[in-house]
Design a binder for this molecule. Structure first.
Ligand code: GAP
Length: 542
């Protein structure tokens, strides 16, 4: 079947998310709030499955990573130490006409004729405004297309009947100084801090300003020493956390991709500085030595190999939940793109319908964060390494992923339209969400063939109760069985169990207590014993 165009595809995905209860706009009955989203019944299960899989992989299945669940609001000095108070900003520009705000780096370059005005005089009162203004219009368009918004600009400044002064034109190429929506001049770019402010306690004064955390990472650094002591870990080891983060994004966009409230899954993995590795092991292992997929941690690893190791670990995890390597891009940031504290950063990008964009960043951050907190708090962040017999501030590798972006990537990746027969055998378009069974919101649907046969219904409910303690089950008896399959296909439920007359033994004892097990993707059905269902299904979703 032909691939839908990307904008059509995104529209279909957004509409399915709302219709089936994956994602709703927050506060929708009040017109919504830009950059905030709610997850409905299926979305909540999907997010939970993502987080559980990440947590299991990052900490439960490892000896060298422990978890943390820290407060969202922290001491404001934390953000001074981390640099967020002074530098966590995007450059923004405002439209001089509508006041609409844009991120400066998101303005597409445009070409055309710019009309410049030195000011305007009120033709009735003689009042003057000497503010300069300009408008960009397509070359060849009538000057009135520039003059009209220019008059509006001066009217907003108290010149009721503006006579425009000093009009001149200039051809401009690839300029980003004008609002792409109306051609009006933009303000000069200026920094806008992305942290959301609040006040702690009853007094709204400068002394009580706090911030909703813009990342979960800093709590891990701040609790490094305490976590180390209680967990009795030794370097190299990591602390991971899942939690909400908030950023007052200038332009939230692409559905949930860039939101103002979102969840992060972050690991800070603490390692020895290269000098210490060198001293202990004689040399630091060369980056080129082993193949990434066979990397097994070694005592002679420096930051470069640890960094490579974590990139590979993370890609393997994405594969395990259904995002194949062909859907991902590993982008190694160029030197000039790196944050000032980063030695290297790899972004894992996903090929979204609206472009190839970041899912996760894996940064080698040196000792920047711990050293900053040591300086600002006056508390030592040094670690005494028993093996190396030396003290140092550990270095860090940080894989940092977004839950919401990943949920969106998984939804985009799962969306599929194919052809399936309807009740009468006629082919119709079927929308099917091909989630990997591991992260599918509902794992199995249970259907009695007919709703008005009490024996079928009671057997189906028995099967539901049998499965429920082990996996998420959805029971559905409403409508024709084909319709019920379609509804579950759209929800991405990988397996369907149907209780029919054979189950009741009507065709003989050999089929009694067997059911059909339908596979969402192949639509094939096999007959299995009820007694084997739990183990068969658990094996399939493992
Ligand atoms: N501690 C490092 C850090 O926060 P980041 O690249 O700013 O790094 C990490 O964020 C991840 O958090 C991103 O890769 C993305 O998945 C997610 N994220 C960041 N800003 C987001 C936003 N406005 N909306 C949704 N997810 C976001």
């Amino acid at each position: 079947m032909a691939e839908p165009k990307t904008s059509d595809l995104m529209e279909k995905i957004v509409s399915l998310c709302k219709r089936r209860g994956f994602i709703f706009q927050s506060s929708e009955i009040y017109g919504g709030l830009n950059g905030f989203w709610d997850y409905g019944p299926l979305g909540a299960e999907l997010k939970r499955n993502i987080k559980e899989s990440w947590w299991r992989t990052m900490t439960r299945l490892r000896d060298d990573v422990v978890g943390l669940d820290a407060a969202i609001i922290m001491h404001p000095r934390v953000w001074e130490a981390s640099g967020h108070t002074s530098t966590f900003s995007d450059l923004m520009v405002d439209c001089l006409l509508t006041k609409k705000r844009f991120r400066a780096d998101q303005i597409e370059p445009q070409s055309g004729t710019a009309y410049f005005y030195a000011g305007a005089t009120d033709s009735g009162t003689g009042k003057e405004c000497k503010d300069a203004f300009s408008v960009l219009i397509a070359t060849g368009k009538h000057a009135e297309y520039a003059r009209k918004p220019a008059r509006q600009f001066y009217q907003q400044r108290g010149i009721d009947n503006p006579a425009l002064q000093g009009e001149r034109t200039e051809e401009l190429q690839n300029t980003t100084r004008y609002n792409p929506e109306n051609g009006s001049l933009l303000t000069e770019p200026r920094p806008f801090n992305l942290m959301l402010k609040t006040y702690v306690g009853p007094v709204e004064s400068a002394d009580n300003i706090s911030y909703l955390r813009p990342e979960t990472a800093q709590a891990i650094f701040v609790q490094f020493k305490t976590t180390l002591e209680v967990s009795r870990q030794r370097i190299p080891f990591g602390i991971c956390q899942i939690g909400k983060a908030f950023r007052n994004e200038i332009n939230p966009r692409n559905f949930t991709f860039r939101s103002r409230e979102f969840e992060q899954m972050e690991l800070e993995f603490f390692i020895r500085p290269d000098e210490v590795v060198q001293k202990m092991a004689g040399s630091v292992a060369a980056l080129s030595a082993p193949q990434p997929s066979t990397l097994t941690p070694q005592p002679n690893w420096g930051w470069e190999l640890w960094h490579k190791y974590w990139v590979e670990q993370r890609v393997q995890w994405y594969e395990s939940i259904g995002l194949g390597r062909d859907t991902l891009v590993e982008y190694w940031q160029k030197k000039e793109e790196l944050a000032h504290y980063a030695k290297a950063t790899v972004d894992i990008l996903y090929k979204f319908p609206f472009g190839t964009q970041e899912l996760e960043g894996i940064a080698a951050r040196g000792d920047f964060d711990l050293a900053q907190h040591q300086k600002f708090s006056g508390k030592s962040m040094e670690y005494f390494d028993e093996e190396a017999k030396t003290k140092y501030v550990p270095h860090v590798i940080e894989p940092s992923a977004g839950v919401d972006r990943l949920a969106l990537a998984l939804i985009c990746n799962a969306y599929c339209e194919d052809q399936a027969p309807d009740e009468k055998g006629k082919l119709e378009t079927r929308v099917v969400m091909r989630f990997h069974p591991r992260i599918a919101p509902i794992k199995v649907a249970v259907f009695p063939l007919l709703k008005n046969k009490p024996a079928l219904v009671s057997k189906a409910k028995e099967v539901r109760e049998l499965l429920r303690p082990h996996l998420s089950v959805f029971y559905d008896e409403a409508g024709a069985i084909g319709r019920r399959y379609r509804r579950q296909d759209e929800a991405g439920t990988p397996f369907g169990v149907t209780i029919d007359f054979d189950t009741l033994g009507e065709k003989g004892p050999e089929l009694q207590n067997t059911v059909t097990l339908r596979d969402r993707d192949s639509m094939k059905q096999e007959r299995v014993k009820i007694g084997d269902l739990v183990s068969i299904l658990l094996e399939k979703i493992r």
